[in-house]
Design a protein around this ligand. Sequence first.
Ligand code: SF4
Length: 169
Amino acid sequence: MNAAAQAKLAQAKARLDTLDLYPRPVRMRRVRLVSAPWLFRLPWFRRFHGYTMWDLILVRAPVAEAGDDLVTHELCHVWQMQHHPVAMPLSYVYRGYRDNPNEVQARQAAETTRALPRFGLCDSCRHQRLVRTARGSVFTMCLRAKTDASFPKYPRVPVTACRGHEPRS
Ligand code: SF4
């Protein structure tokens, strides 16, 4: 998977990690993001810009141009599948597409996490965990603080320099 796909998936995961829709965060080990414009030329797929098959997310546009909201929406479907591998796909048989609870949840996940505050270097760091309060405020937490007291748990933002910064993979 190329760097653009990895970056797109990383930002989508960071957004979903601020939500508590399921007991466990979305697992990324087997998730792939691939551009497949040919698929979206087929009659049944023409209405979609993205489509998820288990851990494979297919998008109509080149990966680098895929919308962040779209990737977040599709990654939410991956998350749903990880927790309801049978009920989730079956729901499309008896609930249809538009008002399917999984679609509603994925749309809300993208909307809720859109336009997060910017926290500087932390936004590209693999040690960042975004924390969302019940009132909707979002804070950046540094996971390094758990093992190294020299890192503040909640750094002053925007962070412009940090010796602990490591890019997301
Ligand atoms: S290591 Fe530095 S850049 Fe990374 S999350 Fe912590 S404070 Fe932010």
